[in-house]
Design a protein around this ligand. Structure first.
Ligand code: 5AD
Ligand code: SF4
Length: 472
């Protein structure tokens, strides 16, 4: 029997927040592990793979790190701040080791990969360091560490996709789950550390993906989010039939499991998203009309320095194409303020592209130089911090306005909403998202509906981040 351990769904606006299992493991396990995840959705999905490997290895989950024999932190390196958060957390966790000298502390994920055995030197109380492609070796690394050795495996792989491992669902709402469809990234955006920490891109066996989604649906899940750093370059060859499966075809296969299973995906790259994907989205009602299409910058010159391989005009053409094929599609973005040499005019170009794209939501950051990346090697990080922060403030301010305008456009509309559970503020209200990925909150009233049901909700009001409405 699996433990009922839960993990809140990742919300990228809360980068660095820790998520932990909510319920202690069942008694049959003689040892307990505790896992906390930081960073992107992929890390959260990986923690579910790790939980599965550890359960096979005889460890039960606990949400209380003080009673854990093994404490794991799944880390993020994307910006310096993410790494600082993890270091601070490790400092806190050290105290556990002082009280329980037998407990082991392990670092997983991108920081483990980036810092490798340096971690053991810098963070003296870390016992285990495991990179994103080496999780299968965790049980033997734990044995090594129990024997008093420092255990490190940061080998990257060209093949590992953990395709055969059934993740233990830490995302405990039972409605929505992440499914990893590929790993790594070949894009080499000059600011980004991911190609170094997660290695080469590889796609997971489509049959195992569809099976995993089918199992989720059979267990009562109503929504899957297909995850990859660049889903549009998904490419898998079924050798038994000698047929190629691209991302559009994969989407279709998952959508066909049931009209009651919603399909989402992230992240799309503007250079790779195809008309075939857009038409597949338009064809199936259960493929959500929402695309996360990070722009990073609105200036062609800066995009070139970032090695994004598209221009401002190319990006605009993609937005136009999305709107032409799916007029009701939600679009969100990632934006970096103050990349190397960015001028004030180029910053304005980012803002005008945001206005053009009418993003419903953006994840916004100021540039943080990452050691070893192309940008760190080639360009000077020359925008003063106060200028970066001021530009970021302007971008955030503009996005708040765009999000609000987008919400106001939805007033009076009726949406099909998948109920995810009680609203954060009140047990009398449900919360759930529409196809466009907007959160709606509405009174439960006398309606006989439950978590995991679809309901039609008419929008009557809105806040900055949420649509308010009532079931119709
Ligand atoms: N500095 C700031 N933001 C970054 N991102 C990636 N690397 C950096 C960096 N060095 C942002 C990008 C990416 C998102 C996941 O994080 O916008 O799309
Ligand atoms: Fe990083 Fe670019 Fe790959 Fe995204 S596409 S993970 S930003 S290198």
């Amino acid at each position: 029997m699996l433990d009922f351990i839960t993990q809140k769904k990742h919300d990228e606006s809360r980068q660095g927040e820790a998520f932990a299992p909510e319920q202690a493991g069942v008694q049959q396990f003689s040892k307990r592990f505790y896992i906390e995840s930081y960073g992107c959705q992929m890390n959260f999905a990986d923690s579910e793979v790790v939980a599965s490997i550890l359960q096979e290895g005889g460890f039960g989950a606990t949400r209380n790190y003080e009673e854990a024999d093994l404490i794991l932190i799944n880390t993020c390196s994307i910006r310096e701040k993410a790494e600082q958060t993890v270091r601070k957390r490790l400092t806190d966790l050290r105290k556990v080791k002082q009280n329980r000298p037998g407990a082991l502390i392990g670092v997983l994920g991108c920081m483990a990969e980036r810092l490798k055995s340096k971690f053991l030197e810098e963070e003296k109380l870390v016992d285990i360091v495991v990179g994103p492609d080496a999780y299968r070796t965790l049980p033997s690394l734990i044995t090594e560490a129990e024997g008093g050795q420092k255990a490190v495996n940061v080998l990257l792989s060209r093949e590992e996709t953990y395709a055969d491992i059934a993740p233990v669902r830490l995302g405990g709402d039972g409605v929505s789950a992440f499914v990893s469809i590929m790993r790594g990234c070949n894009n080499m955006c000059s600011f980004c550390v991911v190609p170094f920490t997660r290695g080469r891109e590889r796609s997971r066996d489509a049959i195992s993906i569809v099976n995993e989604c089918q199992v989720l649906f059979d267990e009562g899940y109503k929504e899957v989010t297909l995850l990859g750093q660049n889903v549009d370059s998904y490419y898998w060859v079924d050798e038994s039939t000698d047929t190629i499966v691209n991302f559009a075809q994969l989407l279709e296969k998952v959508a066909l499991i049931s009209p009651l299973l919603r399909v989402r995906f992230s992240t799309s790259h503007p250079k790779d998203i195809t008309d075939e994907v857009l038409h597949t989205m338009a064809k199936y009602e259960n493929i959500c009309k929402y695309i996360h299409l990070p722009v990073q910058s609105g200036s062609t010159r800066v995009l070139q320095l970032m090695n994004r391989t598209y221009t401002r005009e190319w990006y605009i053409a993609k937005v136009d194409r999305i709107r032409a094929i799916m007029p009701d599609c939600g679009i969100s973005s990632d934006i970096i303020a103050g990349f190397c040499t960015e001028t004030e005019e180029e910053h304005q170009e980012t803002m005008s592209l945001m206005e053009y794209s009418k993003y419903d939501l953006s994840y916004m950051f100021f540039y943080s130089e990452r050691p070893g990346t192309l940008a760190a090697r080639r360009y000077e990080d020359d925008i003063p911090e106060d200028v970066k922060k001021r530009r970021l403030d302007e971008i955030v301010h503009l996005q708040n306005k765009l999000s609000h305008e987008s919400n106001v456009r939805d007033l009076g509309k009726t949406f099909k909403v998948l109920i995810e559970g009680d609203s954060k503020k009140s047990g009398n209200d449900w919360k759930g998202r529409n196809s466009q990925n907007k959160m709606l909150v509405f009174p439960k009233g006398d309606h006989k509906v439950n978590k995991g049901d679809y309901v039609m909700v008419k929008v009557t009001d809105c806040t900055k981040a949420t649509l308010l409405g009532e079931i119709v």
